[in-house]
Design a protein around this ligand. Sequence first.
Ligand code: AMP
Length: 178
Amino acid sequence: MTSPELIQKLEETIENIPDFPIPGIQFKDISPIFLDAKLYETVIEQFVRFSKGKVDAVCGIESRGYLFGIAIAVALEVPFILIRKAGKLPPPVISEKYDLEYGSAIIETREGQIKPGQRILIHDDLLATGGTTEAAAKLVEKQGATVSQFSFLIGLKGLNGEEKLNKFNAEVYHILEY
Ligand code: AMP
């Protein structure tokens, strides 16, 4: 359970930037959270409470998934694995291609960092359409591991992101919803 005080504080802190990076998008700027060390710590505690004892590793999605993801993994005392856009990680890598509104994209992890049988938390700052997160989950399963949890700071309503994640039978958690 997220306290109403934390939700209120985050709502006051996160900036909504209309029409960025393109017209029609309400961009949620989370960077002011990092100006407030106590608030950041409280957010991490919240994520850790959700995942404690339930996962063997955390996968963070480039790049804002790293901002909370590494701290969550450290607090849980489990490995943190980077999921990056194609071409950023040196070989050998495992890849997953997915469709965007226009065209497609590829995400990758270093081969061997996710171990078969591990219970994985996939973490990102924000769930929008769920396309990136779904591809990340497929990447995890390709390596013989199980996605047991997804966590996000923000879930955007009306984009059906959570529907894309249903098939993984994992717990889904977001602190805030817009
Ligand atoms: P999606 O694959 O559509 O769920 O997109 C998720 C990714 O896009 C996340 O990593 C977010 O960082 C970023 N993103 C999508 N929509 C927004 C938004 N309105 N504000 C900030 N970031 C966003």
